[in-house]
Design a protein around this ligand. Structure first.
Ligand code: GLY
Length: 370
């Protein structure tokens, strides 16, 4: 019997270019709800936040006395960043008879933003999301750029989607109630931006470290603006991380492994700081270093109160195993983002992520144990 194979081409119109505004200020949370209502009058809002944000009073500040369907993630933090939370959010939206004319409003840190963004991406095949980040991590990094997702039992962010927000509102005053350890650790994403793209910004951090640790709001506004400028430049050029956007993973490859191996005892920023030192050790071993950048990065991390060594309790073989499972691994081994100098990322033959042998990585890890 002859097989009659026929083929058709499906032409999908180019996805329209989209843009969204990031609004940065202080003390604007209490005025935001009216603006959101005015700007999206036809959409039904659904809020996703977490128990810590409710406790800190931020949900009340946002809504005043208005009652809006919402989901409070409990417990707050990475332990809730799994698919069951997303299922619960979607079902809560359904119970509130929300349809495709809804808009998810994410109020919280990186975990809330990642979960809420992913729920928005999959609810009824996708509804818009507004990000209102309230932590140093989420204001610097996760609220901008459209990465959303949750962890599987095997690895971080195994479920995910690129889902750009409709708008981002950054109120640096929300950082005033943030726990000090979280506050400091989140600043590592800002140090990352400085290290990969902007030496002047790195020097601003060095010079203003006391004002930063004192939560000077004018300084925090400048930091929020600079982070978003750097991230927006990178994401605009490579929204789905084909090449350039990988530079935002500087410190994250080993950082994610350390974070997971610690059972999330180490915070994301603390782990990324260790990953940045590890990247510096790799640069040294590969002969890419002719300056004192590693010392400067390490000193800045120490001033932020970050660990700069790997706790002995974290087994090296476990780290290697996690590196093999990294979602960006090619042939079961990840590529690494390295610096060329302070403020410039190393690029070779147009590629920003580089092959580094397992042996080299293991030697660098050995040097990093306490
Ligand atoms: N956090 C890295 C990125 O958004 O690509």
């Amino acid at each position: 019997m002859s097989q009659n194979i026929r083929k058709l081409d499906v032409k999908v119109p180019a996805v329209a270019e989209s843009a969204y505004a990031i609004t940065i200020g202080r003390g604007m949370l209490g005025r935001l709800w009216g603006q959101i209502r005015d700007r999206w009058p036809a959409l039904n809002p659904f809020i996703v936040t977490d128990a810590e944000l409710v406790k800190a009073g931020h949900l009340k500040t946002l809504l005043g006395n208005e009652s809006v369907p919402s989901f409070v993630i409990e417990p707050a933090g990475e332990v809730s960043k799994h698919i069951q939370t997303v299922v619960a959010i979607v079902e809560e939206m359904e119970k509130n008879i929300l349809g495709r004319d809804s808009i998810v409003v994410s109020l919280g840190g990186g975990t809330v933003g990642d979960i809420a963004g992913f729920a928005a991406a999959i609810f009824k095949r996708g509804v818009p999301v507004i990000q209102i980040p309230t932590t140093t991590v989420s204001q610097a990094d996760s609220s901008v750029g459209g990465k959303t997702g949750v962890d599987s039992s095997v690895s971080k962010n195994a479920f995910g989607a690129f889902w750009q927000p409709e708008a981002v509102y950054i109120d640096v005053e929300t950082l005033m109630t943030l726990d000090d350890r979280q506050y400091r650790a989140g600043l590592v994403e800002s140090v990352k931006h400085a290290a990969i793209r902007d030496k002047d910004y790195f020097e601003f951090f060095e010079t203003n470290i006391n004002a930063i640790l004192d939560k000077d709001m004018a300084v925090l506004e400048k930091i929020a603006y600079t982070n978003c400028r750097i991230k927006a430049e990178v994401v605009a050029e490579d929204p789905t991380e084909k090449n350039l956007r990988r530079i935002l993973n500087y410190g994250h490859t080993i950082g994610h492994a350390v974070e997971s191996a610690s059972g999330f005892e180490l915070l994301h920023g603390e782990s990324v700081g260790i990953g940045m030192i590890a990247a510096g050790k790799i640069e040294q071993r590969l002969g890419l270093v002719a300056d004192n950048r590693l010392e400067r990065i390490k000193e800045l991390l120490l001033k932020l109160g970050m660990p700069t060594t790997i706790p002995t309790a974290l087994d090296k073989q476990r780290l290697i195993e996690l590196l093999r499972k990294d979602k960006k691994a090619v042939g079961s081994w990840p590529r690494f983002i390295l610096l060329e100098s302070l403020g410039t990322t190393f690029c070779k033959e147009g590629q920003w992520a580089h092959e580094v042998s397992q042996d080299t990585v293991e030697k660098c890890l050995d040097e990093l144990y306490e």
